[in-house]
Design a protein around this ligand. Structure first.
Ligand code: GLY
Length: 353
């Protein structure tokens, strides 16, 4: 997978180079209603003062995961078409994971694919969504049900945008960093568990972001299309996506990373019971997650629905739910099956702890 991931030192120069590499005939920038206010002025200043040509057209869609729909996608295709985009045009996605996923999919499918650049503006998009080429939209109540693998040519991570985030969005992205720590090594996990999220030291956070992204890059380079080791990056997501889909269906809003954090606790419990993951680490992570993310409330009448949602997970084979689990921190066990009884017991554990 060819993808140039840059930890930004000078956004103007890096963006200029990313555009120069492609020399598009037309340029488009996709934002959502929030990043249009908070982040577009930074890019606009670049475009109005630089000699970079052509001048971009701005496309704006609704914010949050609720807008990751076929309708928003169609609106982006329409704006590209009405703006005269050709196969030699370029789309710059400026936003969180919703914008980079949906914009990446719009770019990958418009006229069978145009060049695109990701400039992630949330912690979640910096450490996960914008890197590695997963693009897509939600469909029929299921997360990321429709999409393709197609990496952005360049991803520019500029941590200045972290200052635009509230504490819930910092916590949301942090859950993916916690996941990287769990599948990487004890030292990375210990650093993450010790970090003070109530009073975040941004310089320290930036250094941890660089480590986290470098770790993800190594995995996606080894297995870009998720036939093997990339499944490790799904730790916490089989259950997390089910929590998220249930919440969406019930009109409760949960941020993706919160659902992943709750999903990590569930899947570490399965890891402990099935693969010998040390219970001391399970308790430590469960306590950190409870203190940082609270709990996801549900009752036993919802187990069947959660189980049904897990049966749609993209890792499944022939309807059997396929988890990524851990034998220890950094000891990855992909393609682990669990029965319906195991899953119900895991949900009991989550509610009782
Ligand atoms: N978000 C997990 C992956 O990129 O594979």
């Amino acid at each position: 997978m060819e993808q140039n991931v840059i930890i930004s030192r000078d956004l103007r120069t890096e963006l200029h180079e990313a555009i120069e590499q492609v020399r598009p005939d037309r340029l488009f920038v996709l934002t959502d209603v929030n990043t249009r206010e908070a982040c577009w002025p930074v890019l606009n200043a670049f475009f109005t003062t630089s000699t970079a040509k052509p001048a971009p057209r701005l496309i704006t869609i609704g914010a949050t995961d609720e807008a990751k729909t076929l309708d928003s996608l169609a609106a982006v295709w329409t704006a590209l078409g009405e703006g005269g985009a050709t196969r030699h045009s370029m789309l710059i996605n400026l936003g969180g994971g919703m914008v980079t996923d949906l914009g990446g999919f719009a770019a990958s499918t418009f006229k069978r694919g145009i060049a695109y650049v990701n400039i992630p503006t949330t912690l979640l998009a910096m450490v996960d969504a914008s890197v590695g080429g997963k693009t897509g939209i939600n469909f029929r109540g299921l997360k990321n049900e429709i999409g393709v693998f197609n990496a952005a040519g360049t991803v520019i991570l500029d941590t200045q945008f972290l200052c635009t985030l509230d504490s819930a969005n910092i916590r949301s992205g942090y859950a993916e960093m916690l996941k990287h720590g769990l599948i990487s090594d004890e030292a990375m996990l210990a650093e993450l568990l010790a970090f003070d999220l109530d009073h975040p030291d941004l310089e320290h956070l930036k250094a941890m972001v660089a480590k986290s992204v470098a770790f993800k890059e190594r995995i996606v380079t080894a297995d870009p299309h998720e036939h093997g080791i990339r499944k490790a990056l799904n730790l916490g997501h089989t259950v997390g996506h089910a929590f998220e889909s249930l919440a969406m269906a019930e009109g409760r809003t949960v941020l993706h990373g919160y659902a992943v954090a709750w999903g990590l606790v569930c899947e570490l419990y399965l890891s402990a019971t099935r693969c010998g993951f040390p219970s001391v680490r399970l308790y430590q992570v469960a306590q950190f997650v409870r203190e940082t993310y609270g709990i996801f409330p549900f009752d036993c009448k919802q187990y069947a629905r959660l189980y049904e949602l897990m049966t749609h997970d993209k890792k499944n084979v022939a309807g059997v739910i396929n988890f990524t689990l851990l034998g220890a921190v950094g000891d990855i066990r992909i393609n682990q099956q669990a029965s319906k009884d195991d899953i119900f017991e895991m949900l009991d554990y989550y509610r009782e702890n």
